[in-house]
Write a protein that binds this ligand. Structure first.
Ligand code: CAA
Length: 279
């Protein structure tokens, strides 16, 4: 009965969010740069701990931005102190395995991965547990020098549940992933760069601007080509080489159905800048 009430309340809170489009825990700025949207996690007192409502709001925002033709790239950030310190421990602490199974909170997280537009994570401070996992679900990560990545779930008697054992291992290799996940140690920004978890480390004063600049540069490309390239890169995590190459080839050919490919190659021949329309 307790479980039923909890689930009922949870779904009630989802439908509240959907009906009223209320965004209590995130902020969305649509044109932070031309064709670039900024999504900020906004639960600062709890170090942006990712409670279920926040994740539902985030998913809704990303789905809306995915459909918005004025947006071609997205930056996801927290604040200087924390990108996110993990899933909300207080929300999970007393739950039974069956509560967790029935609520299935990670199905929301799985859908975030389906976002077609590129997402650049701008990470400063703590990116721990679900926060680290969320940053790894983005397409690339710009880190401030103060960023600390980690999967400290082992210290609270559990293990990563939103992809940490899989994505961190693919990003940094088995030996380092084992060390980090089995001890809960943090990875500094410089180490994260060394292991290929992040694409760039910059001073804390400029990490967000650096991420916006990267997103702006991506947003100047053909959005169709960007989407097809993102899809093909992500496919490399899920397939054998032959299958991945075949997928890439099909997406490559598919770009030739776009006006943007004609424009891009024509502009090269005519020695001018291309103008992409996303068609
Ligand atoms: N869930 C809920 N609340 C959290 C939180 C989390 N993951 N992380 C921080 N908070 C809250 C704290 O409880 C505290 O709230 P109160 O002021 O109400 O007590 C507030 O944020 C500030 O945190 P601290 O006082 O602890 O700040 P600190 O600077 O001393 O320590 C920290 C910072 C090292 C990040 C520490 O907060 C911490 O260890 N947080 C938990 C990290 C963690 O274990 N994350 C994994 C969560 S499980 C998970 O994510 C599973 C999954 O795979 C999805």
């Amino acid at each position: 009965m307790k479980g039923f009430l909890f689930i009922h309340n949870y779904y009630h809170s989802i439908s509240f969010v959907q009906t009223h489009q209320s965004m209590e825990f995130i902020k969305v700025t649509e044109q932070k740069e031309p064709f670039v949207a900024l999504v900020e996690l906004n639960r600062p007192k709890e170090l942006n701990a990712l409670n279920r409502q926040l994740m539902v709001e985030l998913l809704e925002a990303l789905q809306a931005l995915d459909k918005n033709e004025q947006v071609r790239a997205i930056v996801l950030t927290g604040n200087e102190q924390a990108f996110a310190a993990g899933a909300d421990i207080k929300q999970m602490a007393d739950q039974s395995a069956i509560d967790m199974l029935m609520v299935d909170q990670f199905s929301t997280w799985d859908m975030i991965r389906k976002t077609k537009k590129p997402i650049v994570a701008a990470v400063s401070g703590f990116a721990l547990g679900g926060g680290c996992e969320l940053s790894m679900m983005c397409d690339t990560i710009i880190a401030s020098e103060t960023a600390k990545f980690g999967q400290p779930e082992i210290k609270i008697g559990t293990i990563p549940g939103a992809g940490g054992t899989q994505r961190l291992t693919k990003a940094v290799g088995k030996a380092k992933a084992m060390e980090l996940i089995l001890t809960g140690r943090f990875l500094s920004a410089q180490e994260a760069l060394f292991y290929g978890l992040v694409c760039k480390v910059v001073p804390v004063e400029v990490y967000l601007q650096e991420a916006l600049t990267l997103a702006k540069e991506i947003a100047q490309m053909s959005p169709i080509a960007v989407q097809l390239a993102k899809e093909a890169i992500n496919r490399s995590f899920e397939t054998q080489l032959d299958e991945g190459l075949a997928f890439e080839r099909k997406n490559f050919y598919l770009t030739f159905a776009s006006a943007d490919q004609k424009e891009g190659m024509k502009a090269f021949v005519e020695k001018r800048k291309p103008h992409y329309t996303g068609k």
